[in-house]
Design a protein around this ligand. Sequence first.
Ligand code: 5GP
Length: 192
Amino acid sequence: MKLLEDRIRQDGLVLPGDVLKVDAFLNHQVDPELMQAMGEEFGRLFKDEHITKVLTVESSGIAPAIMTALALKVPMIFARKHKSLTLTDNLYTAQVYSYTKRVNNDISIDKRFVDDNDRVLIIDDFLANGQAVKGLMEICQAANVEIGGVGVVIEKSFQKGHQMVLDAGIHLEALASVASLADNQVTFVDEL
Ligand code: 5GP
């Protein structure tokens, strides 16, 4: 998506450890018009997947996910992060290792909000090693719902997550695919 690639070139910062900082429009300050355009693009890309719910994880997935849900006219659910869980009866829970924070989080959703007729679209801000998406996929499996696709705003295609999602046979779309962050430069896959 050209609009997003231009914005990453303009406002993105490359940090050590192959981290792309985009807190000027996605991870801290949020650009609503860009989020709306991205939601419409995800809506177009997944329009034939018969999606009934959009699923993400708090907090940075929420903005693109709500705009996608609006475009597809379905509800959005965000998995909540917990340090430790004592009461898990009414929750589907998975453990996720955070790429940027380097801690384990349990993420969970209330069982009331999904049923086995659902076909879910997983949306997240970044796809790196795929731990966040894997946790959301585990929740879908536990809930016995179909996964209609995975949409990420930015994927770092040189890390493991991209292949992990494809190996699972899932329809994957990234609005910007980063091929490399070497030498503090962002190189997109479509520039290679
Ligand atoms: P994964 O679980 O795929 O390894 O990492 C995905 C999560 O880590 C995303 O939800 C995002 O919060 C965070 N993340 C991973 N890589 C980056 C990055 O390069 N920049 C930013 N801002 N967040 C990242």
